[in-house]
Design a protein around this ligand. Structure first.
Ligand code: SOE
Length: 393
């Protein structure tokens, strides 16, 4: 019997809980070479970390990530904290010989991401692996989309339309949280959710964004500092003190891919009624694809090679044993949910350890996404790129 893979999970909020659920569930549905076990949960506040550990079923806690990283019995450090902490934790973990799974976006700046990628390369020579948590890649429908593109079923790719629409900030009195603070989060809708679109589009196409032209906007510049933060939104104390929002609320940009495709991207947390609409549409010379995470078990496919009289988008229910990941779960037609993407992610990570096939995206590939985010911010900050319309404003 091989030794278990022992994991230190750093962070116990939304992402920490999603990852712990995944580490625990993966061996129940996937045939893994080693059994994962969460050895320790790390959080700064002892009482809150203990409460989270009890709720999530983890016996041990640490309040200093350095102590967790130094532990002999830890093989993988799983970073589920805000972006401003990623570089320090990841680089210390790599130096200590631990594999690292880091939440997205990889860092808060290109400089940090470059330093992390360099540390990852140095560690790779010692057999240490890195992964970045762009979890939507592990949606069966998006994995199938990539295969269809790779197999040439769409022909030459011309258009990419990517939207990531959420609405948890629509209420102007929803309270401040770390996702609205540039120091902590790096950017707003752009890095939080637009990064997923950039990663998914580049990965599905097997291509890279070569240049962008962008607009960033903040609709609500101040928000209540206190209130009842529920999930991602909540209701703030509208009559109390307000603090600054220092990130973008909405990001929109056009992009040119190196292979010639033209992309239009939009990310917002103000699309009232769209709770988690992570959408990707691709048009090629032979076919088109459309995906919306709000219908994550489906992929729309238009095959231009069908006889004209029979042409139309067909809905593929991506729940068959032949579909990526789906065969490990339920009988056909019994779909998956958000939490299952994280299960796929950790199953892939465990399979990659001990000389298994490397899993993408590693830190080097996630640095590529960071460079796109940086290009978007640079373009948006350059007022000379914004052409006013004569007679307006
Ligand atoms: C909040 O917008 C968020 O939790 C993102 O941070 C995640 O990456 C996304 O999967 C769901 O929404």
């Amino acid at each position: 019997m091989s030794r278990p893979v022992r994991i230190a999970v750093v962070g116990h909020a939304f992402m920490g809980a999603a990852h712990i659920h995944a580490w625990r569930t993966a061996p129940r549905f996937f045939d893994l070479p080693r059994h994962p076990e969460v050895a320790v949960l790390v959080g700064r506040d002892e009482a809150r970390t203990r409460a989270a550990a009890d709720r999530l079923g983890i016996a041990e806690i640490e309040t200093d990530w350095r102590a967790a990283v130094a532990r002999e019995d830890v093989d993988v450090v799983d970073i589920c904290t805000p972006g401003n902490t990623h570089a320090a934790i990841a680089e210390a973990a790599l130096a200590a010989g631990k594999h690292v799974l880091c939440e997205k976006p990889l860092a808060n700046s290109v400089a940090e991401a470059e330093s992390m990628a360099a540390a990852a390369e140095e560690a790779a020579a010692r057999g240490v692996r890195t992964f970045c948590g762009f979890s939507y890649r592990r949606t069966p429908a998006l994995t199938l989309a990539r295969t269809l593109v790779e197999d040439g079923r769409l022909g030459e790719i011309r258009h990419v339309r990517a939207q990531y629409l959420q609405d948890w900030l629509s209420d102007a009195d929803a309270p401040l949280n770390w996702r609205l603070d540039r120091e902590t989060a790096g950017s707003g809708a752009l890095g939080d959710i637009g990064a997923h679109s950039v990663d998914a589009a580049q990965w599905v196409l097997g291509d890279s964004i070569a240049g962008v032209s962008a607009l960033l906007h903040t609709f609500v510049p101040t928000r209540p500092v206190s209130g009842d933060a529920q999930g991602l939104g909540g209701s703030g104390d509208a009559s109390g003190e307000r603090g600054p929002v220092t990130v973008d609320d909405a990001a929109a940009f056009t992009a040119r891919f190196a292979g010639g495709a033209v992309g239009v991207f939009e990310a917002t947390r103000y699309a009232l009624g769209r709770r988690n609409a992570n959408r990707l549409e691709i048009n090629g010379s032979r076919g088109s694809l459309a995906f919306d995470f709000e219908r994550m078990n489906e992929l729309e496919f238009f095959d231009g090679d069908d006889p004209t009289a029979e042409q139309g988008f067909r809905t593929i229910h991506v729940t068959d044993a032949d579909h990526p990941y789906a065969g490990n779960w339920w009988p056909a037609g019994h779909g998956l949910g958000y939490g299952d993407l994280f299960v796929h992610q950790v199953a892939d990570v465990v399979a990659a350890l001990d000389g298994g096939e490397p899993v993408r995206p590693d830190f080097r590939e996630a640095l590529g996404v960071q460079r796109v985010l940086h290009a978007v911010e640079t373009s948006a900050a350059d007022a000379s790129r914004f052409t006013p319309v004569a007679g307006v404003g």
